[in-house]
Design a protein around this ligand. Structure first.
Ligand code: DC
Length: 230
């Protein structure tokens, strides 16, 4: 049994893509996964889905034990459609849109900061990727979740550029964006939180390729990432 588990792990190939908020990780990860015909795993979506479940079920987001208990009662599935667009399924319900609302975004840090919760979610992430070929994006993927991954990337961009991208993205989705200044402040706040939190902070893995995307468009970033893989 153990030998079999080892074999199936060996067959898996993981590309990790970490970086701060609005660095273009999701789009790039999805396109790279598309190109390679790999599974695309958005780990932030899992923290978001748990946050949504807790909010809907009235679970106290500050109660770590209750959150851990909730994980054992719900089912979070990530499904890729044919274009590798990610559908996030919570207990058979498609919550892809719901997990992106400002309410969930504002509360997800409660879930992401809890060590016991992360331990369970990381187990789930490893289980989803086991034996597969996958592009996995997040904050701690190259450092903690898949420290032995063969290809690791860290995407970064100047915070003003990231605020502009977020602004455009919201408009494209038909959402009236806050002012650019406000978005810049939000991004700096999230950066500070991601980098300084005690558990699994955002860090550049020693063996990761750092790509500054400030002056690159999406296709250029995708090509840059692929040039290190293929
Ligand atoms: O990438 P995102 O904005 O969807 O992530 C949502 C939240 O989850 C964000 O607060 C960072 C956190 N997160 C994390 O702590 N670890 C990950 N691997 C992915 C996301």
């Amino acid at each position: 049994m153990r030998a079999k588990a080892r074999r199936s792990r060996r067959k898996g190939v993981v590309v990790t893509i970490d970086g701060p908020a609005a660095s273009g990780k999701s789009t790039v990860s999805r396109l790279v996964a598309n190109k390679l015909k790999f599974l695309y795993i958005d780990t932030g979506a899992m923290y978001r889905a748990l946050t949504l479940a807790a909010m809907e079920q009235g679970v106290d987001l500050k109660d770590e034990e209750a959150l851990i208990n909730l994980i054992s009662q719900i089912r979070i599935d990530l499904k890729n459609d044919q274009k590798n667009n990610l559908r996030v399924i919570l207990d058979e319900r498609d919550v892809t849109k719901k997990i992106r609302t400002p309410r969930v975004t504002a509360q997800v840090f409660y879930v992401a900061r809890a060590a016991g919760v992360r331990k369970e979610i990381v187990k789930l992430q490893r289980k989803i990727a086991r034996g597969k070929k996958a592009v996995v994006e997040g904050r701690d993927i190259g450092t903690i979740v898949f420290p032995k991954a063969g290809k690791k990337f860290y995407l970064d961009a100047d915070f003003k550029e990231r605020a502009k991208r977020r602004y455009r993205q919201l408009r494209e989705k038909g959402i009236v964006p806050p002012t650019l200044k406000r978005l810049e402040q939000e991004i700096l706040k999230r950066d500070n939180y991601d980098v300084t939190r005690k558990v699994a902070p955002l860090r550049l893995a020693e063996d990761a390729t750092y790509i500054d995307t400030t002056n690159l468009n999406i296709n250029e970033v995708v090509d840059a990432v692929l040039s290190y893989i293929i």
